[in-house]
Design a protein around this ligand. Structure first.
Ligand SMILES: *Cc1c(COP(=O)(O)O)cnc(C)c1O
Length: 455
């Protein structure tokens, strides 16, 4: 059956609605109004017996879904360290949706596999990793931590003659897992899934910015995985990789990095000093949907020597992956999946190395502007603003929580709350490609006005 002529109208209608949605973001509250959220209920109800024309389905979604969204694609959303989708990445995502490729292998999608292979090289290059680094295209940093730590587990046990993928962990030599005390919850979750335990980790004390203190590192003996953080989710601070990685390697440990957003600093020449030493890591987890500004869901697991990752992820226990063939399914937990590499390729192709650098640097610059302006208003910035993260206190915890709630309801911008070393804070993350100085100034004015209104 050929293509229904109405399908063109449908796709154009979708594009028009999407464009109108994006164009309207600047004028609407970032957090949806409660009545808009209530109206999503219209899309509920029992399972319908009969179908509905696709244009009407789209109309329903736009009428009741769009107003209930949080405007995270817009310029004044500062929550959860996520950015909006770059125009080229969004458009590529739509085209790839039409392709409907099953990107699990080169056979199922030549385009998917080959574009992903290019995106692999570009991502590794931007993040400062050497040629030959394997990159698995996963759902986010949680999936990337899982895959990277699975590779780590395989490698450190292989070094002591234990085949974990075939024999499992029962009876295996013990693995010591070392983390910083401000480790991200998703890394502990990954350890739990992998049978390494969320709580049997050795925690290294951290300083006031959340950085691991190298002299707090325990002596490394036997199979060991050391987990570093490039970009603390609250402060943006980096563990001292230049000191820890060589010391860990000298004792035969595997070093895994959670660099969900922070490792992108490597792509900006003015911030790259923060990532000194990180390219020596054995594996790293990085997000695409945070600072690279590609659509959800997208993350990367980078592995300098891809073999332990491939051994962990290969689909058949009997099958040893061929070193010279890059099959996408050898590098990720999933088999069938969407062609994430297409959006990534488009984002990087549209920006180039210089555009990525500029985007990352701009986020850092705007975070600095936020901090300065909020301090000038008399509020307390709790962290050294080295990257795109700003932690602000408005006084005691109750007052800070009231300001956060008031700012979200007021709607000019959106930032969430966090706990930082005994303080309650508003956490502002500047991760979106479209945020300008004017957006920061408008947001600061709104925050200050909400705070003053509480007096
Ligand atoms: C966001 C984040 C994660 C989890 O990433 P997802 O993409 O949400 O899975 C892990 N680590 C750090 C440091 C993060 O900021």
């Amino acid at each position: 059956m050929g293509l229904d002529p109405a399908s063109r109208d449908l796709l154009i209608a979708a594009a028009n609605r999407a464009h109108a949605y994006l164009a309207g973001l600047d004028a609407r509250p970032v957090q949806p109004r409660p009545d808009a959220v209530d109206s999503v209920g219209t899309l509920g109800g029992p399972l319908p017996l009969d179908g509905l024309a696709a244009t009407e389905v789209l109309e329903l979604l736009d009428r009741f879904g769009s107003p209930a969204t949080i405007a995270s694609a817009g310029a004044r959303y500062f929550g959860f360290v996520t950015g909006g989708a770059l125009p080229a990445a969004l458009a590529a995502n739509w085209l790839a949706g039409a392709w409907d490729q099953n990107a699990f292998s080169e056979t199922s999608s030549p385009a998917g596999a080959l574009i992903e292979a290019t995106a692999e090289r570009w991502v590794a290059d931007l993040l400062g990793f050497p040629a030959g680094t394997g990159v698995g295209f996963v759902t986010g940093a949680t999936g990337a931590n899982l895959a990277g730590l699975a590779a780590a587990r395989t490698a450190v046990l292989e070094r002591v003659g234990w085949n974990v993928r075939d024999q499992g962990l029962y009876g295996a030599p013990e693995i010591t897992v070392i983390v910083g005390d401000e480790v991200h919850a998703s890394l502990l979750k990954a350890l739990g899934i992998l049978g390494l335990g969320r709580e049997r980790v050795v925690r290294v004390p951290v300083d006031g910015q959340g950085r691991m203190q190298p002299d707090g590192l325990p002596p490394i003996e036997g199979p060991t995985i050391v987990c570093l953080q490039a970009g603390n989710v609250n402060t943006g601070a980096f563990d001292p990789a230049e000191v820890i990685i060589p010391a860990a390697h000298a004792r035969g440990a595997w070093v895994h990095v959670d660099g969900a957003f922070g490792l992108w600093a490597a792509a900006a020449p003015w911030r790259a000093h923060l990532t000194a030493g990180y390219a020596q890591a054995d594996s790293a987890a990085v997000d695409g949907h945070k600072w690279l500004n590609v659509p959800y869901d997208c993350g990367f697991v980078l592995v300098r020597d891809p073999m332990p990752l491939r051994l962990s992820m290969a689909v058949s226990a009997a099958y040893l992956p061929d070193e010279d063939v890059r099959e996408p399914y050898d590098l990720v937990p999933e088999a069938s999946r969407r062609a994430r590499g297409v959006d990534v390729w488009a984002a990087i192709r549209s920006l180039g190395r210089s555009g990525v650098a500029e985007m990352i640097e701009r986020g850092c610059h705007l975070a600095g502007r936020f901090a300065k302006a909020l301090e000038a208003e008399g509020f307390t910035v709790l962290n050294d603003v080295v990257l795109n993260q700003v932690l602000v206190s408005f006084g005691d915890p109750e007052r800070t929580l009231a300001v956060i709630d008031g700012v979200q309801k007021e709607g000019t911008c959106w930032a969430g709350g966090s706990e930082w070393q005994g303080h309650t804070a508003m956490r502002i993350s500047v991760s979106g490609w479209s945020t300008t100085e004017e957006d920061v100034d408008r947001s600061v004015a709104a925050i200050a006005s909400v705070a003053r209104g509480l007096d």
